[in-house]
Design a protein around this ligand. Structure first.
Ligand code: PHE
Length: 419
């Protein structure tokens, strides 16, 4: 059509493209996968463990202190991703070579911190934000253009912050415990924001570091070695990165700091001091479960996912490599004979039969569906049988043959009728 305007449609909204557009169909295909919410994905296990830590460690009158946001759209404005966070106009993190832009004003969020200001503005003071983030980066076993972060904000009023005074030695000699303050008139000190008192900064820093060390100890055990590295972020000061010592390397797992007061002054809550952090879920999951390649997080292969399915949150899981040859999945459905119901049929008997007939090319059998016909009251079961040879690619035709044999054997052994 003449004068056609090129647009990109995402979640039922149309975006007009322009000279900034650099997002590719491949990248857009990762939207809405929501790996962090899939129950058998390792990222979801890590998410639940971190949320539980914050839920159980911080309560107020029996309720969790932190509210959790894990369904925020990854399509954000440059205001959300940069301006609201005081990231300057010429900052390298804004460049087209680092971000996936939909157009000049719209991009796929490059960090979960993009939602900090809007949630503060909505009146929240303690919250976690969890989701997928998008960055143009190198390609290797630990980098993927899409990954997942948990970000947090915790803000404190004067009464909360100075509840109990731990270490008076950290404070300036002018500190008066009877009349503590978060704010001061511009005492310059590179270790704090000029509007903050040193004691408020130190108390918030102590909370931040204690809470995050508590978190990595909960995840990795009390003996995990860690170190704090000074860092710079436009939206926090002072700022740090936390590294853990893992398999003979220092591994950076998060960035954090004291929220710049301009952000709280713009968005609220007033008269508070806050900490914030942002933590990468892939790093944690790869270290925790010994997953060697970040691409595995995106695997739909049940040989991978089943290793993380139905697990207790703190169960120790060590990833075992799956074959590189492809799976074939065939379903089998049958009516049970009148003497059996969907509750009395023994799945394990069926599993043994499948293994007897199929041998080593059977990788997994999963109960897919149970069904009672509303009129005939007949009971029916459906199983998925997942076939995979460990040394070669199976042909669909040979799988179909084995599958037929399994059907025949099931008819004979259990008196079922194949549907
Ligand atoms: N957004 C930062 C990043 O993605 C992490 C961060 C969050 C740092 C909040 C400080 C405060 O690297």
């Amino acid at each position: 059509a003449p004068n056609a305007i090129a647009t990109i449609k995402l979640n039922n909204k149309e975006y007009v493209t322009d000279d900034y557009t650099n997002v590719t169909p491949k990248i857009l295909s990762y939207l809405n996968r929501n790996l962090h919410l899939k129950k058998d994905n390792p990222l979801s296990l890590v998410r639940q463990r971190i949320v539980n830590y914050f839920y159980s460690s911080f309560t107020h009158r029996g309720n969790p202190t932190f509210s959790v946001y894990e369904n925020l759209s990854p399509v954000v404005t440059t205001k959300q991703n940069f301006d609201d966070l005081l990231i300057p106009e010429n900052h390298p993190s804004r460049t087209k070579s680092d971000c996936y832009y939909i157009n000049r004003k719209t991009l796929l969020r490059a960090h979960m911190t993009a939602h900090q200001s809007e949630l503060l503005r909505s009146g929240l003071d303690n919250f976690l934000m969890i989701g997928d983030v998008y960055r143009r980066d190198e390609i290797d076993s630990t980098h993927f253009p899409v990954f997942h972060q948990i970000d947090a904000v915790r803000s404190q009023r004067k009464e909360q912050l100075f509840q109990d005074f731990p270490d008076l030695e950290l404070f300036e000699p002018t500190f008066d415990p009877q009349n503590p303050h978060i704010f001061t008139n511009s005492i310059k000190d590179p270790n704090k924001q000029s509007c903050h008192t040193l004691e408020a900064t130190k108390l918030m820093e102590a909370q931040l570091k204690n809470h995050l060390i508590g978190l990595v100890q909960t995840l990795f055990g009390d003996n995990i070695k860690h170190r704090w590295v000074e860092a710079y972020f436009p939206f926090t000061h002072p700022s740090w990165e936390l590294e853990i010592f893992y398999e003979n390397n220092w591994l950076e797992v998060l960035g954090c700091g004291i929220v710049r007061n301009e952000i709280l002054a713009n968005a609220g809550p007033n008269n508070t001091i806050a900490y914030a952090f942002g933590l990468g879920l892939e790093r944690i999951a790869m270290a925790l479960y010994k997953i060697p390649d970040i691409r595995l997080m995106w695997s739909k292969d049940s040989g991978f996912l089943s290793q993380f399915e139905d697990k207790a949150l703190n169960e120790r899981i060590t990833y075992k490599p799956v074959s590189s040859y492809p799976q074939c999945v065939n379903d089998i459905s049958f009516w049970l004979p009148p003497n059996l119901t969907i509750d009395t049929f023994t799945s394990n008997d069926f599993y043994d039969l499948v293994r007897d007939v199929g041998g080593d090319i059977i990788e997994q059998v999963k109960l897919k569906d149970k069904f009672v016909h509303p009129k005939s009251k007949k009971h029916s079961l459906c199983y998925s049988i997942i076939y995979r040879h460990l040394e070669r690619t199976l042909k669909q035709a040979e799988v179909n043959e084995v599958h037929k044999e399994i059907e025949k054997a099931a008819v004979k052994a259990f008196n079922v009728i194949i549907r």
